[in-house]
Design a protein around this ligand. Structure first.
Ligand code: ADP
Length: 425
């Protein structure tokens, strides 16, 4: 396998978003959960996104993990590796964007690295080195009060310089608008002056295409999913990768019963559960009983076992805001959330042991708990079910062939569960 593109994502949701962006651009894409074990057998793909959880850990640990992921990707032929950060530049003066950038740059002996968190599709733009979230600078957005990484400065040249050993320059929008050659020339000049990184302005997708094309001449870049889009288009334009249809599910269909699990209590998910009741049996779990785990999970699995042969089922812990607040008041927010996530993950494993091969999960944290419980090391990206929600094929799963859809609470239309099952069919 020789990868056209490697990526290291600093958190799981960011990795999923990047993997989906690359797949939408036609790259055959795999997302791994952590650095894969040596024996993991991967199909022939264009891009691998290694999901780490290093956004808010100690800088030294983030550096160590990112370096190991970089080595893994480069050993598989990745000529270019993108370090995927949050489009809000989620970090503090201690890191971890700067320290990871410094280390990866040092390892591949790269000069000034292009950096841009711009992702115009989601309202993240960079102008004169300043990051905007919608219409306001980063430090006036809700991110200024982020519980772990409060962002109080919109000027990314300053923000990155405070956490990096190297000097930081900028490639302004006028230069970016002149195209890849102009960006490369400006970045080379910054390098000459001793810069180790350059914040590239980007307001439109065409800016990201130019930055992506320029970055591909180097071995490393840093950015959000928008940069992934630019790199993917650059690889296709250069003929290094071909645009593929997302046929991974059709090529190798998976037989077996289907089930849905919902732990999200978002308004969208509550509506989707109500709609699902028109087309499949739905079991609404008792959240209080779920807290003590065993009996309620057994009840859920017995209920499913009696129905799976006749078609898909949906099992939901989701409750209205009043139900959620009442449970949180009795047990504490974190304890309630974690206990229910773990119970749903146990139910997911039980369902798979009952033969379920197609599983739809609603809820970001709930999905994370399910993937951990099922010990799935990697996914191959399939077609998109709804904006931002791809169908996934598990790779190297100890439970055998498995197709999944994992969605964050607010994603998908009213008929999401039926839509997902139709794509996974
Ligand atoms: P979303 O993507 O909508 O944020 P998550 O799965 O990330 O969904 O988060 C939902 C959280 O709510 C999880 O921690 C889950 O365990 C918890 N939860 C699920 N059902 C209930 C309930 N009935 N009462 C309280 N908390 C619940």
């Amino acid at each position: 396998m020789s990868l056209a593109l490697g990526a290291i994502a600093d958190d799981y949701t960011g990795a999923s978003d990047l993997a989906n962006t690359l797949a939408k651009e036609g790259l055959r894409t795999v997302q791994t959960i952590g650095i894969p074990a040596a024996g993991l057998d991967l199909p022939e793909v264009d891009a691998v996104v290694v999901s780490l959880k290093i956004r808010s850990v100690a800088a030294a640990q983030a550096v160590e993990r990112a370096r190991a992921a970089d080595q893994w990707l480069r050993a598989r032929g990745a000529a270019h590796v993108m370090y995927k950060i949050c489009s809000t530049f989620d970090s503090t003066d201690a890191g971890n964007i700067g320290p990871v950038l410094d280390a990866l740059r040092h390892d591949v002996d790269e000069k000034s690295v292009l950096v841009t968190p711009a992702f115009p599709e989601t309202g993240r733009t960079v102008y004169q080195g300043n990051l905007f979230v919608g219409a306001v600078p980063l430090n006036e957005s809700p991110l200024k009060d982020h519980p772990l990484n409060p962002m109080r400065d919109a000027n990314l040249v300053r923000v990155l310089a405070r956490q990096s050993m190297a000097a930081v320059g900028s490639v302004d929008l006028a230069t970016v608008a002149r195209g890849a050659d102009a960006i490369r020339a400006r970045n080379a000049a910054l390098s000459q002056d001793g810069a180790g990184a350059a914040i590239a302005d980007a307001v439109f997708e065409s800016d990201l295409e130019a930055i992506g094309a320029a970055a591909l001449a180097q071995r490393l870049s840093v950015g959000a999913s928008g940069l992934g889009l630019g790199l993917a288009r650059g690889l296709v334009a250069a003929g290094t990768a071909r645009r593929h249809q997302r046929t991974v599910l059709r090529d190798r269909p998976v037989e077996g019963p289907a089930a849905c699990l919902a732990g999200s209590c978002s308004r969208a998910t509550l509506t989707q559960i109500a709609r699902a009741e028109e087309t499949m049996p739905v079991l609404r779990l008792d959240p209080e009983r779920l807290m003590s785990r065993v009996a309620e999970t057994h009840r859920a699995l017995a209920w499913a076992a009696a129905r799976l042969a006749d078609g898909p089922v949906l099992i939901a812990s989701s409750g209205s805001p009043e139900v959620v607040s009442a449970l949180q008041a009795r047990h504490g927010r974190d304890a309630a959330g974690q206990a229910i996530e773990q119970s749903l993950a146990t139910i997911a494993e039980g369902l798979v042991e009952l033969g379920v091969r197609r599983l739809v999960v609603a809820g970001g944290e709930t999905s994370g708990a399910v993937v951990d419980q099922l010990a799935i090391p990697a996914f191959e990206l399939g077609p998109e079910i709804a904006a931002g929600v791809p169908a996934l094929r598990a790779l190297g799963s100890p439970h055998g062939e498995l197709l999944l859809a994992l969605k964050s609470g607010n994603f998908g239309g009213d008929r999401f569960f039926a839509d997902a099952l139709a794509v996974l069919a």
